[in-house]
Design a protein. Sequence first.
Length: 389
Amino acid sequence: MADSKISDILVQKGRPGKAEGRNVNMPLEMGSTMVFNTMAEFEAARDARYQSGTIYYGRYGNQATYALEEALCVLDGAESCVLASSGVAAITCTLMALAKSGDHLLVADNIYGNTRNFCETLLVGQGVEVTFFDPMIGAGVAELFQPNTRALMFEAPGSGTFEVPDIPTMAATCKAANVVSVIDATWSTPVFCRPLALGVDVVVASGSKYLNGHSDAMIGTITGNGDILQAIRKVVMTVGDKPGGQEVFLALRGLRTLKMRMEHVDRAGRDIARWLGAQNQTLRVLHPAFECCPGHEYWQRDFTGASGLFGVLFRATSDAAVTRFVDSLSHFGIGVSWGGYESLVLPVTPKRTASNWDVDGHLVRFNIGFDDLDTLKDDLAAALPHLGT
């Protein structure tokens, strides 16, 4: 998709078309009950309630919901989109739709912590067999397929440690075995990567991050094609999950500036990562745009940019020193989310059960927002001595 095309989509899709006196934006749409004039109209809507665009009851969607879904379909190159109340809800509903008792699920070892927790507790408790695998295994993942393997869940880049897997190879290996591939693509957004075009079956993302962009809404997105998305939509609706009207409104607002914000955090993130990489306390920068990051060659091939979220592996020191470093930062908030205008910092302890994370150092994750870069560098420079030399 051409760069100019992305801009056109972000500006034009998911809002009213040409009309005299129209609002620029979709209005904030609130409502639960929707009424009909005849039983025939009601029954037709009831029978089509799982179809995107059907007006039946607020939980199933409204005009604003469907406008956002339409825009995300075009942006992702998808036939269907389903909205959820959060990124976690998007992931869990997708996996519930794909794996039932007696099925086997493959999950990348560097997956988002809440995804791992859901798989290890609720899915396993419901009789789903879960196997974690080395995210950089590529086509070798085929050796882990079982007759009952239904889906494979991975992330690009990996949560916390930022390895970039070979997305097309993983997707093709799954297709050859009739295994559904699911990717968490929150980090890149469709501005920098379109996994469906690389062969992935289902894309999930936390719209609370870059899509919204202002740290004031919770929403999740699921995009894909065909019967798989229809099955996922039914699960989302059956469990009663849905973003609120305000969240949809804020996501539509954030959509308009997504490309400009992503371009900014790409430049800003690389600048700060490069600066940190030159400091004595730094062992290695874990940023997909840097050659020292595992999978950098795949990032170069499959992505057109990078987000402002990356990791820094500092030289071995004490936990107390890392805490002092983080606490002394004035322009970085301490928080678990990212993708907003504010810069964030958080120490990370990777959990691995199928691959090794045996590194003599301390990992700290940074999200670079819209702060002045010199201000951030001055802040970091004042805090780094707490880590020693």
